[in-house]
Write a protein that binds this ligand. Structure first.
Ligand code: PLP
Length: 463
């Protein structure tokens, strides 16, 4: 067999953006000013920014040159038809409605598919759909498999899968008409960027069809999910990525997408559907909330970049580089004994703060404490996905509630950082881990009016 020596990035760097270095004393002051909330730091004070993989992509020469062709006509612009053709190629569905971001698509989808008093089932709902469902009076429920809810569970190929026994139980307890929609999020962001298998998507679809429930796929990271299917699921190794994505979407009625992830662009969203009635509904909703049908809040140049980005993201060369870079970070952290969700996910590494700081109880925000330590020591910004982001209050008793997972997500932006940057994260976490016993927890001192959104604006004190 021919040996592969071409295992580096499938691109070279043409433009660079300088980043500022800061001292520990400077960062200590910045943290104080931000009330120890990473969202409140200034990006220019961050050395390696792993807050999110959303909208942070570096675009290619092909995308930048396509932008020059942007047709800024109000109605029926050329750029829309290019985007429509790309989306049809990737999703294999006929109707395409652009939106300003993924949450614009979420909003319109929720208005149509979520019903007051009815259950909206997901593997793990993304927070923007969750918020929309709550506002509508629907009941969003996560039915991911148990292994997906335990950060210490052994590595398993598809921890984003839906447990249909849990869904059946809801139908048994609340009646055959109690579920209005099932939403599969690929990959599953909330538990580690973990993929959903084709077999599970198909099984959910068959189950839903038998019970007359529509299936929607929240597809921000559709290409990363397809790569995991190709490399982990029997029968897919020789298939083209777009064959795999089209099969994934053959099992749903509608897809929503935040194109800020696998669209490889900095802004934008999509609705793609085979339901003509919903398509007409989304046209009207777009006109009211997003923009006219053929732009939905995007400029012609945005749609040009997305038309190219969707095709670039669904290639083997790009995905092999992408998933291997994230895995590199995961493997190196594992070498150092840092407890992470395993296997490595598609868009980042999730450190298990329960095991990292076992002496800090969840109400004292161990994952947030780790975010603060990582910034203070190294100027690296990650994000808390634990008690602050997903905790809340019991609607009846008002008592605080705490999520199953207490994680710090280190998101890896697409085509932005080199492995040298990732090595800085490994060095800093190794250092913090070596003196983990010295850390105390945190106290929440400000949470704003809406608990579900508190992580964006919260303020903390160090204990
Ligand atoms: C980012 C994201 C959204 C929301 O999209 P925005 O573009 O940020 O508005 C919805 N669902 C998933 C799975 C996402 O990752």
């Amino acid at each position: 067999m021919e040996r592969n020596f071409q295992h580096a990035e499938p691109f070279r760097i043409k433009v660079v953006e300088p980043i500022k270095k800061t001292t520990r004393a400077y960062r200590t002051e910045a943290l104080k000013e931000a009330q120890y909330n990473a969202f409140r730091l200034k990006a220019e004070d961050v050395y390696v920014d792993c807050l999110t993989d959303s909208g942070t992509t570096a675009m290619s020469t092909e995308q930048w040159s396509a932008m020059m062709l942007g047709d800024e006509s109000y109605a029926g612009c050329k750029s829309f038809y290019k985007l429509e053709a790309s989306a049809q190629e990737v999703f294999g569905m006929p109707y395409v409605q652009p939106t300003h971001q993924g949450r614009g698509a979420d909003f319109i989808m929720a208005q149509y598919y979520a019903k007051p008093g009815k259950y909206a089932i997901g593997n793990m709902h993304f927070d923007t759909f969750h918020g929309n469902a709550e506002i509508l009076g629907a009941i969003p429920v996560d039915c991911v498999i148990d292994a997906g809810l335990d950060a210490a569970s052994p590595a398993e190929d598809f921890k984003g899968n839906i447990d249909l026994n849990k869904v059946q139980k809801i139908l048994d307890e609340h009646g055959p008409d109690s579920i209005s929609v099932i939403i599969i999020t690929v990959t599953c962001n909330n538990n580690g960027g973990q993929p959903v298998s084709m077999a599970n998507i198909k099984a959910v679809s068959e189950f839903a069809q038998a019970h007359n429930i529509p299936v929607v796929i929240d597809s921000a990271r559709l290409a990363e999910n397809a790569w995991f299917i190709k490399t982990r699921e029997p029968g897919y190794a020789d298939k083209d990525i777009r064959e795999i994505t089209r099969e994934m979407f053959s099992y749903c009625e509608t897809a929503t997408m935040s194109s800020k992830k696998d669209g490889l662009v900095n802004i934008g969203g999509l609705i793609v559907t085979r339901n003509h009635d919903f398509y007409l509904y989304s046209n009207v909703q777009a006109i009211v909330h997003e923009g006219f049908i053929t732009y939905g809040g995007q400029s012609g140049r945005d749609m040009e970049a997305l038309a190219v980005g969707l095709l670039e993201a669904t290639t083997d060369d790009y995905l092999e580089y992408r998933i291997n870079q994230v895995k590199y970070l995961g493997d190196r952290l594992k070498e150092k004994g840092i407890p992470c969700v395993e296997p490595s996910g598609g868009h980042g590494i999730y450190v298990d703060a329960r095991r990292f700081f076992p002496h800090i109880p969840q109400p004292e925000f161990p994952a947030q404490r780790l975010v603060v330590a990582l910034y203070q020591e190294a100027g690296i910004r990650a994000v808390e996905m634990g008690g602050c982001a997903f905790g809340g209050k019991d609607p009846v008793t008002g008592e605080p509630t705490w999520p199953a997972l207490e994680l710090m997500r280190i998101s890896v932006s697409r085509r932005v950082y080199t492995n040298n940057h990732l090595d800085c994260i490994v060095d800093a976490l190794e250092y913090i881990y070596s003196k983990r016993d010295e850390y105390r927890g945190m106290k929440l001192i400000y949470e704003g009016p809406i608990t579900a959104l508190r992580h964006f604006t919260a303020g903390f004190e160090l204990l």
